[in-house]
Design a protein around this ligand. Structure first.
Ligand code: PLP
Length: 474
């Protein structure tokens, strides 16, 4: 018999959720122009828009908030955060920032010269933006499997060693200030990097004098995948695996809003004293004093505590298994999702889900809207709308993947919430023919997915082909 497990916490404070009727959700959806980004949080039952800054804090974190030392300089809370990062990640020097992109800004400014190249395992939006703003070209050196939604390869975040060698041969190591290694790879669906790959990449880069900087935002999730999948690690603790991971890097940027279990914050860390001295000068310009960097003392207390809680083996096991709990239910009922299931989200393949729609009819947008209408579950389009238009031709970019992202916040929902989501998706799948496509009626010039508005293409003007169907969620 397979023994079931439960959330490794009990609930001490609750936040009641609003549960609207089908008609009220329809109204909310129309007000939002059928774009889930524009729905008010108050009108959402289960919010799977993002796992960024949406974690639930523990009683110890809330208690730590009261201990915040708000001194302008030399804050006790800063000392505590600095010590936590040293203990858990092993770096000597830490620069606090308001969130991950603050750290990316400082790192990019300090290391990149005009005309440089920064290789990485698939880009992340803000990371690449800062590299490019400072004159570098981002070069994707991730393995090909990462771009194949059907590949079951266990470490789809790995660097392709041959691609890395080719880049070094082509542009010369002196044009590569550092390699940026994301653990895990957000845009590949939360796919991990193996320890073996980290070790090899670090060895090669050292030989050429190229530094390795981790995007450590989801490093605890990556450590869990190593424990689970890589030979020799099954009996090691997450803390020990993390320490080894970071031993193959020269520094990292971190968004505390993910694996540090807080709602805001971040840091830049490194071992090089000279880089640290320069970073201390720059952080004052963009973030704040080197002893708070854009965070309040109480934020730093909560983050220090969150850093320790995140490496609890039971916490991270449940985190990864909850995402999988949702994904496996969908797989069992034949619903098309991206595989293997990653660390933070389940991705529905909207093209396979709604084969009667053309990509220009925005199938992922339509499916995200239908999921909200059906059960009050908010997800996010990651397809043709997010991909924007080609700057030269003015046509829609047509990405290979047309996905709906269901992102699971940390420690926020129970597996019963996951059941509600799975039931709703299954019920939509059974009447998928009724879900119609969209036309875009308002298109913002940049980052259109945030503010675009749509209307259904059906004869009745209704999203679900006109047939009202109430799924009970209460
Ligand atoms: C969220 C995220 C960032 C940026 O961090 P912010 O705190 O949102 O600025 C960078 N890299 C990855 C992989 C992320 O998921």
């Amino acid at each position: 018999m397979k023994r079931r497990t439960a959330e490794p916490y009990r609930i001490k404070a609750v936040e009641p959720l609003t549960i609207l009727t089908y008609e009220e959700r329809m109204e909310a959806l129309k007000r939002a122009g059928y774009n889930t980004f524009l729905i008010d949080s108050e009108d959402v039952y289960i919010d799977l828009l993002t796992d960024s800054g949406t974690s639930a804090m523990s009683d110890k974190q809330w208690a730590a908030i009261m201990m915040g030392d708000e001194a302008y300089a030399g804050s006790r809370s800063w000392k505590r955060l600095e010590q936590a990062v040293r203990d858990v990640y092993g770096f000597r020097y830490i620069i606090p920032t308001h969130q991950g992109r603050g750290a990316e800004n400082i790192l990019s400014q300090l290391k990149i010269q005009d005309g440089d190249y920064v290789p990485g395992n698939m880009y992340f939006t803000t990371t690449r933006a800062h590299q490019e703003l400072n004159g570098a070209a981002f070069v994707d050196v991730i393995i090909d499997e990462a771009h194949d939604s059907c590949s079951e390869y266990p470490f789809k975040g790995n660097i392709d060693i041959l691609k890395l060698h080719n880049l070094i041969d082509e542009v010369g190591s002196e044009r590569i200030p550092y390699l940026c290694l994301a653990v895990t790879v957000n845009l590949a669906g939360g796919q991990p990097v193996s320890m073996e790959n980290m070790r090899e990449v670090y060895r090669i880069c050292r030989n050429y004098g190229i530094e390795v900087m981790f995007d450590a935002t989801r490093c605890v999730e990556n450590a869990y995948f190593i424990k689970e999948r890589e030979e020799g690690y099954s009996t090691k603790s997450i803390a020990a695996i993390l320490k080894e991971m970071f031993s193959y890097s020269d520094g990292c940027t971190m968004s505390g809003k993910k694996d540090c279990l807080v709602n805001i914050g971040g840091f830049l860390a490194m071992n090089d004293e000279e880089l640290y001295t320069r970073a201390r000068e720059l952080v004052v310009v963009y973030e704040g004093m080197p002893s708070y960097g854009g965070m309040a003392g109480r934020d730093m207390e909560a983050m220090a505590q969150g850093i320790y809680e995140a490496i609890d083996d039971h916490y991270i096991e449940h985190r990864i298994h909850q995402v999988r709990y949702l994904g496996d239910q969908l797989i069992e009922t034949g619903i098309p999702i991206v595989r293997p299931i990653g660390g933070h989200a389940v991705f529905l393949d909207a093209r396979a889900f709604l084969p009667h729609l053309k990509q220009e009819d925005f199938p992922a947008q339509a499916l995200a809207a239908a999921l909200y209408l059906d059960a009050g579950v908010r997800s996010m389009e990651r397809g043709i709308v997010s991909a924007g238009r080609n700057k030269v031709t003015g046509k829609h970019n047509q990405p290979k993947l047309e996905l709906v992202r269901l992102t699971i916040p940390r420690r926020v929902y129970t597996n019963n919430h996951m059941d509600v989501v799975a039931d709703s998706i299954l019920s939509l799948y059974q009447k998928k023919d009724q879900i119609c496509g969209f036309q875009m009626v308002y298109e913002p010039p940049t980052l259109r997915f945030f503010n675009a508005r749509f209307s259904p293409l059906s004869a009745s003007g209704e999203l679900m082909g006109g047939e009202g169907h109430t799924v009970s969620v209460n």
